[in-house]
Design a protein around this ligand. Structure first.
Ligand code: SAH
Length: 237
């Protein structure tokens, strides 16, 4: 393949593909494309491609880097976790993104899901309330070449969304909430999708709410376990 100088500058190319590529290919095959348990496969080819591409091991602390492609969430400090790879892929698929879609993520955490969304061509706004995590994610995403005009990281309480940037084509909440985050629904574009975990502290259900004119269509996608969304509409601090 001929080297394209624009390509090498592109914000969508976080790492040379050789870097633990075999492990990522296996992760996608066994955990997402063809899981052997009862999980619904992730079928959207562009999502699987992004999951093969982004180097998850660069988003976790050194002491757990070895387990970066395991089928589980991992601790990233501050009592928070990087979500299980399957959950990142499934939530991303449920967002039904088209390149150029304006997307809001609540809970930047490690920045891994943000990197996946940017790899899919999203114009992403991502909010994290923990200043240390927000700063680390910003540095990491810049180092990996994800920083650019399509990525905006905000440190603050995500419960109110980002009204000044609304409407969004898609919104993803990567922390569990006990109730529907109303302000986020108000910030969906017509046809927009909101994906979030709702339920008890220990167990939630993955939900997608789609705005269709005046109507809201809800769909449920099974059990999941996320850390708590903190603050209003979330759990008490
Ligand atoms: N998407 C992340 C996983 C995040 S875990 C990743 O790919 O690594 C959930 C994150 O939500 C945590 O970092 C937590 O600090 C953050 N969070 C919890 N409540 C929040 C709130 N009200 N606003 C913004 N971020 C919040």
């Amino acid at each position: 393949m001929v080297d394209d100088p624009h390509q090498s500058q592109a914000p969508r190319d976080p790492l040379p593909p050789s870097d633990r590529q075999d492990e990522r290919d296996l992760m996608v095959e066994e955990q997402m494309a063809a899981p052997t348990d009862r999980r619904a496969p992730v079928v959207e080819a562009r999502v699987l491609q992004a999951m093969r591409h982004v180097a998850r091991h660069r988003f976790v602390p050194a002491d757990v880097a070895e387990q970066a492609y395991d089928d589980s969430p991992l601790a990233i400090g501050g009592g928070q976790t990087i979500s299980q790879p399957y959950m990142v892929a499934k939530m991303t698929e449920l967002l039904e993104l088209e390149p150029g879609d304006k997307v809001l993520e609540i809970g930047t955490g490690s920045g891994y899901q943000a990197a996946i969304l940017v790899a899919l061509g999203a114009r992403l706004f991502s909010i994290e309330r923990d200043p240390t995590l927000a700063r680390d994610a910003q540095r990491r995403l810049a180092e990996l070449g994800c920083a650019g005009p399509d990525l905006h990281l905000v440190c603050g309480d995500g419960y109110r969304g980002l009204p000044e940037e609304a409407p969004f084509d898609a919104i993803v909440v990567t922390a569990g909430t006990p109730q529907v985050p109303r302000p986020l629904i108000a910030q969906l574009a017509d046809g927009g999708r909101l994906v979030f975990p709702i339920g008890e502290e220990e167990l939630q259900t993955l939900v997608r709410i789609r705005k269709e004119g005046e109507r809201l269509r809800e769909e449920y996608f099974g059990d999941c376990r996320f850390v708590k969304l903190v603050g209003r509409y979330g759990w008490e601090r």
